[in-house]
Design a binder for this molecule. Sequence first.
Ligand code: 6GU
Length: 260
Amino acid sequence: MRFDIFSVFPSYLNSLQLSLVGKANEGGAIDVRVHDLRDWTEDRHRTVDDTPVGGGAGMVMRADIWGKALDTAFDADLGIAHPRRILAIPTPAGYPLSQEICNDLATGSDQIVIACGRYEGIDGRVADHYANRDDVEVFEFSLGDYVLNGGEVAALALVEAVARLVPGVIGNPQSLVEESHGTAGLLEYPNYTRPLDWRGLSVPAILTSGDHGRVARWRRDEALRKTALRRPDMIAGLDAASLDRRDRATLGQHGWYWPK
Ligand code: 6GU
């Protein structure tokens, strides 16, 4: 999997050299390249933006600069006959990023090119132009309903969320299975380690009981309760057939009911 990230603040992306992503890059499981958008400017001031046509506040990033920069990434020979190439554009007006999408990108694409906008965003023709190319899929994505100053933080999030799902990046893939095991579609239950007593707080006794069945049931109940409280939208999206009697009883304590 190759990532090409374009930004006017390339050093913002230096943290991609750290931790799991940095090691996967050094080991060759992924290939992360960061580019300075200003390398494709031709004027003395290395200008990347201009005023919005039609008026309004702020500045818009120029399609001509972005086109020259992105073409170099999409012209790269990946050594694959018909590579699946993605142009990912972070924007608060994008489709919500999800684990399902990250999994699809990690296992089904060969190159993710990320165009980090600043100011009032990128000229809308850039997304349209690449969407019209039959060898590129455009994905405008958002991290959530709040506004960041630019796409760099979202690019970091996308690379980290996708890279850890690329086959061969995580040493023990069982950890990816366990992440969703038994609690798929729910928020994670709380975890604890020693000391068993800390500042007057004890670890729930059931977790030291050695009864794996009761531990699993307790964890599922905690996941159900936490999800009902924090993410009722996720409870509403559950498949009723995936809920056993105990699940329905636990969720019933939070006002949820499924007719038989
Ligand atoms: Cl992907 N970009 C920007 N600029 N702001 C955001 C975002 C993305 N997701 C949430 N807010």
